[in-house]
Unconditional design. Structure first.
Length: 284
């Protein structure tokens, strides 16, 4: 028995199950990509989750027929879906804090609006988060157009976690920072090909940070200040996810997971102007 209601029960009235996980999706102007992201969520069985979307689109992308259809599918499956119109834009850190403030589940997944998840990935991430007892786990998003672009030198920094995940200090210029190359192109897929996976089906490894698909213990993210540092930033910034992860890693540790079932849709960025990395101007 899974938390996802299948088609035979869609017309039977039923209240959504209490969410174990809140999926937090910021969006601005994307329609096709957001629909694909929601479709990936609709293929997930467990744990019980709620979807919370913060929309900063000029013309209300969540109301587009393709996106609205996937919202209806999720609700028919027994998932609560919230869409919040959130303007004016004050930058990604404020957008993420807005979402965090509306969550209440013990775990929160920060999922970008251009990421498709293979079925079973929410359950895999949540099981890893519970087993590892760290601040966050994540699946690095990978561009499958790069599957034939094998980059072994970029994967030399790969290091599995042996034993419990430990707190770490990561900064620009530290050896740990060099792990960022692990997530270039399709490196996660090539790593999954080359490593021996435990019987449980996933392997935890050390990261610099993870973009696009990160599941936190909500209390760990809040304890580290969440994204409240948005008040110290101009709206034109990036790296807010990195800064939040580094603050959690310093206290509780964090890990990447292989294999990664997160696929980057490789759409053009909606934030082309990024003059400031948050982690360079705000203290970790």
């Amino acid at each position: 028995m899974t938390s996802r209601r299948t088609a035979g029960a869609w017309a039977t009235p039923s209240a959504p199950a209490d969410p174990v996980l809140d999926v937090l999706i910021p969006t601005a102007g994307r329609v096709a990509e957001l629909a694909v992201t929601l479709a990936g969520l609709a293929a997930q069985d467990d744990p019980a989750f709620r979807v919370i979307v913060s929309d900063q689109s000029d013309h209300g992308a969540p109301s587009h027929p393709s996106v609205a259809a996937m919202r209806r599918v999720l609700r028919a499956q027994g998932r609560e879906v919230q869409v919040h119109r959130h303007l004016p834009r004050r930058g990604m850190a404020e957008q993420r804090q807005f979402l965090l403030d509306r969550s209440s589940a013990d775990a929160v997944l920060l999922l970008d609006d251009d990421v498709w998840l293979e079925p079973g990935q929410l359950q895999r991430m949540h099981e890893a988060l519970v087993e590892l007892q760290c601040g966050f786990v994540g699946m690095a998003v990978q561009g499958l157009s790069y599957l034939d672009d094998d980059r072994p030198r970029e994967r030399e920094a790969f290091e599995p976690w042996v034993g419990p995940v430990q707190p770490e200090e990561v900064r620009r210029g530290t050896p740990a920072f060099d792990r960022w190359r692990l997530h270039n192109a399709a490196n996660p897929a090539h790593l999954a090909r080359d490593v021996d996976l435990p019987e449980r089906g996933w392997l935890a490894y050390k990261v610099a940070w993870i973009g696009g698909c990160v599941m936190f213990r909500r209390e760990a993210l809040v304890e580290a200040g969440g994204f409240e540092f948005w008040r110290e930033l101009d709206g034109a910034h990036s790296g807010e996810d990195v800064l939040a992860q580094w603050r959690v890693m310093r206290r509780r540790g964090g890990a990447g997971l292989l294999p990664s079932g997160a696929v980057h849709l490789e759409a053009p960025t909606t934030i082309p102007h990024r003059p400031v990395d948050a982690f360079d101007v705000v203290d970790v």
